[in-house]
Write a protein that binds this ligand. Sequence first.
Ligand code: F6P
Length: 560
Amino acid sequence: MSESSIPDVTETPAWQELEELRDSADIDLRSEFEADPRRAESFSFEAADLFVDLSKNLVNEEIVTALLSLASSVGVEQRRDAMFAGEKINVTEGRSVLHTALRRPKDASPELAVHGQDVDRDVHAVLEKVYAFADKVRSGEWKGVTGKPIETVVNIGIGGSDLGPVMVYEALKPLKNERLSARFISNIDPTDAAEKLGDLDPETTLVVVASKTFTTLETLTNARVARAWLLDGLRAKGAIGEGQEAGAVAKHFVAVSTALDKVEKFGIDPENAFGFWDWVGGRYSVDSAIGTVLAVVLGPKVFEELLAGFHAMDEHFRTAPLHKNVPVLMGMLNIWDNNFLGAETHAVLPYDQHLHRFPAYLQQLTMESNGKSVKWDGSTVDTETGEIFWGEPGTNGQHAFYQLIHQGTRIIPCDFIAFATPAYQTKDGDQDVHELFLANFFAQTKALAFGKSADEVRAEGVDESIVPARTFHGNQPTTSIMGPKLTPSTLGQLIALYEHIVFVEGIVWGIDSFDQWGVELGKKLAKDLAPAIAGDEQAIAEQDGSTRGLIEYYRAKRER
Ligand code: F6P
């Protein structure tokens, strides 16, 4: 392990002050709210169109001030500015980190040129190409090999080349083109491709192969499976004959990648490929050409609005003073919960069915970014890093795991997300169903914060023996995030908010939030194991006892 050039964060005066505050402050939310009638107001903030209430977190003004001085002392502002300017802050990969450049408006000034690249020009050139293609598919001008317009766009990708697109598609589905719909194949489990392609008509299907590196085993395997499905299907219909395969692939396959040479080798016409750059991390790429499936099915206008939403949050993060900077405040609260109060996980609970894939998306964003145990200079981290993110949409989660949050022994900070206006105005008799839904949203954070004391339970005339079981200790920290409506813009704002929260936490821990070396070993071993799985006796014998036993079980039980 190398000597650290990054100061030990736990040795800073701000960290030590926070430790003292943790030991002395003993925040009780009931008392805090009673003592300060303006607490909600003081801890509520606006960021672009989002309203964020931090008042039900286990902090007071003094703690927040100390958290912000910790942020300053580790250089959050300087590192943020370095990121926006394109400095190579992804140290272990030697790359800039410029996902924020993907959403700069066309006329942004001054222009962003980084390491000799005119970033603004290149970003907008690709966007125009994606939009022109999307318009052709949407209007029906782009036709399959038999002359039929496209009806289904199948995105094949995994990780950042899947989770972002599928999450946004699900979130904005009501805005989709009527003729078009999207499907997503990610898993190398053959079930995924079989079930997603099974009922599709190859004549009206367009496949987008999305892979930053164009080397990912899952994606390339699924792309080949889809190509075989397409060609077999067209042949079976008599739609193509021998020698017409390349023409069919050209009409039904496009690609998104930073490795356009590999795209061509795969057999996709480079004319039908959309590029991006190594300074966009996979989990930060939904706003790049990786969003092509979205531009096609939801439309260029929706995609533009999404990008504008991202940019609005970027501008807030870039310019708001720390004490009003929501990504900074939320990132530092996560540090407080994780490093000082001992929380190990963080729940994200969208009260919006359209955000049902948002927690899954956030799992890659947060945990692939901040699940590190060395700092960017190679030295060991000084404290716990990346918390475990998880979640499900409300109210479903209420009937599943909220019991543990309300009455379990662990501290579980939760982000509650909701919108004022629903996608569907629905009545149950006189009852507005969205109001019923939001009543749950408001009730949960209230119950988590203030609980129900034993005396309050007793006052209901409950038998003394079950009073403890019916008591709620409260004091569970929550953040409430509300927006006017789930739109492309507010969705972009929400995603960018979490991107920047991740960034702030990574800076405090001194880690490189933009590499992901931790995924490599498993990938390599999977490749190395292929001969053993196929039955090579020597390769089987070389395995450790457990792996050998599992492979032998597989070989004995596999049906063909
Ligand atoms: O294995 C992890 C990872 O590299 C992610 O970071 C990335 O989003 C995903 O694989 C897919 O990679 P690609 O877009 O290069 O196929």
